[in-house]
Design a protein around this ligand. Structure first.
Ligand SMILES: [Zn+2]
Length: 431
């Protein structure tokens, strides 16, 4: 991915402690470092750890709860009622652990999250050794996490302070969406994000309804409102962006804000199509995210890469749109750049953290292999991810998790499944 995208054959990566020390031909590595521990991975491709630039990890507990519904029905009738009954520190911890296990087994080494109880998400990620950006959520209605705007800010900043010097855990402001956060809170987000020098992570222009609601309430489209509030800048990760006219694409390009593309969530909720090829042609930094497991319904960035590549071609009526190397960049270095972590991760570069994923391309489903990069985007499944390192720690070893207990996680999740089912059924009966 850096300095230019390209494939190196028969090469070795030398990991020393948390960092990549060298990248050199395997023959030279054996001569220069005969005493180090060698791990041989024939028929594999090594890629930078994938970075999930938008998700709600605790929502893994709501995977498949309500499908085939419009966004607002899905939220109002199912997701929000269950959340208001059940969301708690325990819920977030359990959902996060399930998501961490799923993501590591999918080759994801870092994620950008937005949910209640970010302290629990941060703690679970830290214990599992995963890199994370946890969102200090801000939303205009009370929740189990905070009762009012002041409390959302103060509790979020407590989390920020606690992890200020943590090498793996970072924070961002996460105002939920233009339709769920008022002007006053958004002004505070702008000022505090500048003071603390951290990103702002927000759903923006997700659906047609959001645009209409903004026109009705504010007399302007959400992007115009965010621009007036001073939020359109290179701190902003604008998630979804399916509703964009030509002037708005120019505005985004000029402002330097980042777009997070979540194609599968957009398709599933029929939100619209993010014009990926146009954004890339305007040199906008586009990152890739899965969104939560409730609207996807998996956290597979390899799957998301394939969908993004295919959808971009269909939307642009151009089979050359969003080429394989651009798609892999979106899931690695572009996501790192959007999160302000590109000095640390996002490419296999000497000096960066050893966030590395090995994908096995041998076998009936993948051979012959003419171009490993093409296979990563168009053929490989996450089951072919064999080994994952985060900051030099070997967290997935021959598909076995080393820092998480899969059996305990599943036993816990099955208990939550019963509680979620009961609450959703109750709501359906009341309706
Ligand atoms: Zn989302």
């Amino acid at each position: 991915m850096e300095p230019t995208d390209g494939l190196l054959h028969e090469h070795s990566l030398l990991i020393e402690g948390e960092r990549i020390h060298a990248l050199l031909p395997t023959r030279d590595a054996r001569q220069q470092y005969p005493a180090v521990n060698h791990i041989e991975l024939p028929d594999h491709v090594l890629i930078p750890g994938l970075i999930n630039a938008h998700t709600h990890v605790a929502m893994n507990l709501l995977r498949g709860l309500a499908d085939d519904l419009p966004l607002m029905t899905w939220l109002n009738d199912h997701i929000w009622p269950v959340e208001s009954a059940l969301v708690s520190p325990d819920f977030v911890r359990s959902g996060t652990q399930l998501a961490l296990a799923e993501m590591l087994r999918s080759g994801i080494t870092c994620f950008n999250d937005m949910y209640f109880f970010p302290d629990e998400t941060a703690q679970a990620a830290s214990q599992a050794g995963m890199r994370a950006v946890v969102g200090m959520i801000v939303i205009d209605f009370p929740s189990a996490w905070a009762g009012n705007a002041d409390e959302y800010f103060s509790r979020g900043i407590d989390v920020h302070d606690r992890y200020r010097s943590d090498p793996l855990i970072h924070t961002a402001f996460a105002p939920h969406a233009p339709y769920s956060v008022g002007d006053e809170a958004l002004r505070r987000v702008r000022i505090l994000s500048e003071e603390l020098d951290i990103p702002v992570h927000m759903h923006v222009h997700e659906s047609r309804e959001e645009i209409q609601q903004s026109l009705d309430s504010y007399g302007k489209r959400p992007l115009a409102r965010l621009d007036e509030l001073g939020l359109l800048n290179n701190r902003l990760l604008a998630v979804h962006m399916t509703q964009l006219d030509e002037n708005e694409i120019k505005l985004v390009a000029d402002s330097g804000c980042h777009v997070v593309h979540c194609p599968e969530s957009n398709l599933k909720l029929a939100s619209g199509f993010c014009p990926l090829e146009k954004l890339l042609n305007h040199n906008i930094n586009v990152a890739l995210g899965t969104d939560g497991a409730a609207s996807n319904n998996d956290l597979s960035l390899l799957g998301e890469m394939r969908t993004a590549a295919l959808l971009a071609k269909g939307v642009a009526c151009n089979s050359s749109a969003a080429a394989a190397h651009e798609i892999l960049a979106m899931a690695t270095i572009n996501s790192a750049r959007a999160l302000g972590l590109d000095d640390e991760t996002g490419s296999l570069t000497s000096g960066k953290a050893a966030d590395i994923v090995a994908v096995d391309l041998a076998g009936i489903e993948t051979e012959p292999v003419y171009d490993p990069l093409s296979h990563l985007v168009y053929v490989a499944e996450r089951q072919q991810v064999t080994n994952v390192w985060v900051a030099g720690n070997h967290l997935l070893k021959d598909r076995e998790l080393t820092s998480l207990d899969s059996k305990a996680i599943l036993a816990d999740v099955r208990q939550w499944q019963e509680k979620v089912r009961l609450h959703d059924k109750k709501k359906r009966t009341e309706c």
